[in-house]
Design a protein around this ligand. Structure first.
Ligand code: NDP
Length: 235
């Protein structure tokens, strides 16, 4: 990465988002993370709930006031509300789509005018291996993550001529709060089948994001980069 850029990482106060933010901060960028309740230590932060278009707009306005247009957007904020489809409520379905997919759309829509003006931009969606292969009990989550890939690829076509790339990173099972509550036996069962038979680390996802947001990756767009220890091979 050569230039210094203004970076916004949604949900950058913990987990994968925090690892991404730290990595890009160490690389010398002007990094801002969004948080809802507790900002992380040592990073610039703005409060934002991505389910509110108004909150997203206000967060971007604040980042622009502090650092100028967002040039790198990492759409990372995400939730799960797992249940078998027969008992999954419409509310559970809606919440997950509203946060994971529509939330990313709200941020992209707000970020693109500034990127177009600067004729340079990097957008990275944090998708999931589950978006490709599906997962029992995660109809809502898998739909949201597959949706991100369609959105990223459409954006890649729409914005490529403006110097803006749009890619998706698709993590497998990464040790964070999100996966902390999964039963150990379930996790062990999943990981035993992995070519790399262990859980991933948030820093390993951050490394792929750092690569995709670099100045030297302007010819990589619309791609889905797995960081999953081979979990999705063949899917
Ligand atoms: P965590 O649960 O540790 O963190 C989720 C982050 O998203 C938090 O910062 C949280 O903020 C934020 N967030 C949730 N809802 C909203 C909202 N409405 N508005 C703004 N921020 C919100 O999860 P991970 O770090 O594991 O997940 C990060 C991303 O990676 C997600 O998109 C997830 O789907 C994806 N992913 C994770 C995998 C894993 O195995 N861990 C695998 C594949 C993909 P707050 O602290 O305020 O709750």
């Amino acid at each position: 990465m050569t230039g210094r850029h203004t970076v916004l990482v949604t949900g950058g106060n913990r987990g994968i988002g925090l690892a991404v933010a730290r990595r890009l901060d160490e690389a010398g960028h002007r990094v801002v993370v969004t948080y809802r309740d507790s900002p992380p230590e040592g990073l610039d932060a703005v409060r934002c709930d991505v389910t509110s278009a108004r909150a997203v707009d206000e967060a971007f306005t604040e980042v622009e006031r502090r650092h100028g247009f967002v040039e790198v957007l990492v759409a990372n904020a995400g939730i799960t509300r797992d249940a078998p489809v027969a008992v999954m409520t419409e509310e559970q379905f809606r919440q997950v789509l509203d946060t994971n997919l529509t939330g990313a759309y709200r941020c992209v829509r707000r970020a693109v005018p500034g990127m177009r003006r600067g004729r340079w931009g990097r957008i990275v969606m944090i998708g999931s291996e589950v978006g490709q292969s599906g997962n029992a009990g995660q109809v809502n989550y898998a739909a949201s993550k597959a949706g991100l890939v369609g959105m990223a690829r459409s954006l890649a076509r729409e914005l490529g001529s403006r110097g803006i790339t749009v890619n998706t990173v698709a993590p497998g099972l990464i040790e964070t709060d999100m996966t902390g509550n999964l039963p150990t036996r379930h996790k062990e069962g999943l990981l035993a089948l992995n070519p790399v038979p262990r859980a991933g680390r948030a820093e390993e996802v951050a490394s792929a994001v750092a690569w995709l947001t670099g100045d030297e990756t302007g010819y990589v767009t619309g791609a889905v980069i797995p960081v999953d220890g081979g979990m999705g091979l063949g899917a």
